[in-house]
Design a protein around this ligand. Sequence first.
Ligand code: SF4
Length: 325
Amino acid sequence: MSLLDVRNLQTHFRTRGGVNRAVEGVSFHVDAGETLAIVGESGCGKSVTSMSIMRLLPENAARSAGEILLNGRNLLDLSEAQMRDVRGNEIGMIFQEPMTSLNPVLTVGAQVKETVALHQSIPSADVHDRALRMLELVGIPDAARRMTEYPHQLSGGMRQRIMIALALVCQPKLLIADEPTTALDVTIQAQILELLRDIQREQGTSIILITHDLGVVAEATDRTVVMYAGRKIEEAPTATLLAAPRHPYTQGLLAAVPRLGGDGSGRLAEIPGQVPDMRKPMTGCAFANRCAQATDFCRAHAPALERKAPGHIAACHLAEPEILA
Ligand code: SF4
C-alpha cells in the first residue's frame, strides 16, 4: 500500500465569473521514502492539489471530492480537530516564502518549541532539547543562539531551514514542499535540496516537491507528475520523463529549457498561448489551443491517460505506445 494515494481529486472554487475547476480528477500516489515531483506552469493546479491534501483551502472552495488516503485513511472524512493532528504529526509542509509563514514577533526557538509542545506528548523539560536538536539537524550554525533570534534577523536560506525544522520536528511521514527553493539563490537552493535528501535518507520521509523548476526535478525526484489546466497529463519516472517526454506540453516545457542545468537556471520558459479558462466547460484536449499538433479530433475528444511505456502514462491522442521488443 502506498503512503499517500490520491484518487480522482476534484477541487473547485466559487468565483465571480463562475465555478473554477482548479483540480479536475487528479490521481497519483507516493510510496514510502519516495520523492514525487508535481510540475507545471503557474495556475495549473499543483499548489491547489497540495492545499487540498492539507485541507487548507480558502473559504471560496466549493467542492473538494475524491479520496486522499494517507495510510489508508481518507483525509476528506476527518473532522477539523483530527486534521489538525494530521498536519504537523503526519504531514509537514514548507512554502516558497518563509517570511509569510513564520511569526515575525516570536523568536525562532519559541516557534519550534511551540510546534513540538502542540503535537508531541513529551515532558516540557525535553521540548527545548528536541527543538535545539532539530535546528542542528537542518544545519543552523550556533543553533542555541539562533533560537533567541527573530525571523527578520536571519538570511533567506536560514529562514527556509527554520521552515524545514518546523515541518519536520514532529517526524511526519510525508513532507509537502511547495516551491521551497524558488526565492533562494542557486547555491542556497542546492544546499536546501541536499538537506532535504539527507533528512529523507535519515528519517525515511516521503516528499512531494511542487515546482516549476526542471533543474530541481532532475536533481531531486524519483517520479514526476505533470499537470496542465487542473489535470494530470503525464506521469513517469523522472529520468524517463526528462529523456523521452510523450505529451506535447511536457515536450514544450523541456524544449523551453535548452541547456537544462547548464545555465544554472533550469527554469521553465513560457510556452506561447494561454491556459484555458477553467470556469468554462472544456471540450476535447485542454492543451489543444496551444498545441502545434492539434487536430479536429483533438479539439472534439478529450484524450484519456493511457500507458505509453512501463510506468509511463500520458493523455495525448498522438503519443503512440512504445513497441516493446
Ligand atoms: Fe496536442 Fe492533440 Fe495531444 Fe492534445 S491530444 S496534446 S491537442 S496532439
